[in-house]
Design a protein around this ligand. Structure first.
Ligand SMILES: [Zn+2]
Length: 97
């Protein structure tokens, strides 16, 4: 037994998830991902969990508009799919009520 005394104030701080910077609106769990096809290069909205898994495992995702593909590009470079935007707006409006 040594007399080492650790300070009791050395408790680890709880990990806090960073709050979204722009808005406090509770959005559906959706994020934009890109179409990897040759023709319509849009950023579609899909479930965030699906998108994350797609990036890790290469599995296809289904967009809000129904499109199924394997995303691989940076979505910020592409215009958002108008169909997905429409559906997403509807979901957001439902989230308000
Ligand atoms: Zn779409």
């Amino acid at each position: 037994m040594t007399g080492t005394t650790s300070s009791s104030s050395d408790t680890p701080a709880p990990v806090q998830t960073p709050a979204p910077a722009t808005t406090t609106v509770t959005e559906p769990d959706i994020r934009p991902v890109t179409d990897d096809g040759d023709h319509d290069r849009f950023a579609h909205y899909t479930r965030r969990a699906d998108a994350n898994r797609a990036y890790v495992e290469g599995t296809p995702v289904r967009a809000l508009c129904g499109k199924v593909w394997v995303p691989s590009r940076d979505p910020s470079r592409y215009p958002v799919c108008p169909e997905c935007t429409k559906i997403r707006e509807r979901l957001r409006r439902r989230a308000y009520n």
